[in-house]
Design a protein around this ligand. Sequence first.
Ligand code: GUN
Ligand code: ZN
Length: 442
Amino acid sequence: MKEDEGRFILRGQTLAFSGNPFEVGAEDAVDFRPDGAVVVEGGCIIAVGPATEIIKQNAGAPVTNYGDALIMAGFIDVHTHYPQVDIIGSSSQGLVDWLQKHTFPCESKFGDKEVAENAAEFFLDQCFLNGVTTASVYCTVHPQSVESFFEAATRRNACMAAGKVCMDSNSAQGLADTAQSAYDQSKALIERWHSEGRNRYAITPRFALTSSAAQLEALGSLWREHPTALMQTHLSETKDEIARVLEQHPTYDSYYQVYESFGLAGEGAIFGHGIHLSDDERRAIAESGAAIAHCPTSNAFMGSGVFDLDATRRAAPEILVSLASDVGAGVSFSMFATMRAAYEAARYYGVVLHPAEAFWMATCAGAKAMRLDDRLGNLAPGMDADLVVLDLKSNPLIARRVARAEDFYDVLFAQIIMADERVVKATYVAGNMVYQRAQAST
Ligand code: GUN
Ligand code: ZN
């Protein structure tokens, strides 16, 4: 029987969140079951609970028993660039050098349908084998790059947000649009793709350095006309970038104020990086309801700085910070690599990131940032069945460490620090298995 044709049950350990661990503490936020089950039907989660009870209540439904593997919501990557799969791991002297040397030449090829389709397919496969079921994705300046991405996502019935990158200043030949064409093309793409099936559109000014005031103004208007779309951009990634932005937009006191003044702030806005923000900027972002996408592997690889989660939360306790790969400045699709880098960034400032906090940022917080938390990011009845099954003993070293773990959090922590590419056993999108690791690996 095909899984989307009827009710079925996944049995294993289960992880859900009943609260935000930053607010209520891990113990009150985590709902862990050593022998749990998830009932799936029609692409949705019907029930979650103790395995014996759930199986009795759903007699006749086929059961896949994952044993001591962990079933949880699929990971959500709130900031990533699909065209950059071909330049991942390209060294540079920092952001501007990297953009000019590697990124712009790579992105200039995405007006070509074949190039775009090939990269989109590869990118989505990489997401699934890493257990990432939803992402907020930058395409390139070419509308074709967006078409190809949404077509590939639609073929997989995946819930993805994406947008045409808008850039009319300081960009390379062949990559520049204008205020008007950015508006017109983004609008046409919104009308074609936003909320079509599981697709979501994200209005995407690349960043204030590659957009004129006129372009930011046009995109602010577009967002007001389509308020359910998302808005994604980069903010305060490097100190050099901040200085250049303030030179280019001299009437503003801060980088964030540039976006704010053009109406590019508020709920549904996702700001990538936000490493070098002032406390005033952090508070303004929190008050607006926008989210920061913390991209720690990217920040370390590029030498952009170290995001201070603790200082950010001290300045603005309500601020929403979610996790992101930022592929290809980020060097991994894996949210385990991302969580590990987030842990290391926190340690840089002397702080311990609890594994429950890391997993929450990689799931629930991402869903909230994308305004999808009523459907995604957690295991609960009524939510979409975008799930991941994790092998908690995916290699001999981690199996040995897990055998001596003090508690479930220690097991999660071992995954963050030592998980390798074998950790994801299976990925389900809308109840369909879209990835399964070929061999059991303990
Ligand atoms: N700032 C502007 N464009 C980019 C990009 O493609 N990647 C990263 N990391 N930062 C940017
Ligand atoms: Zn980025």
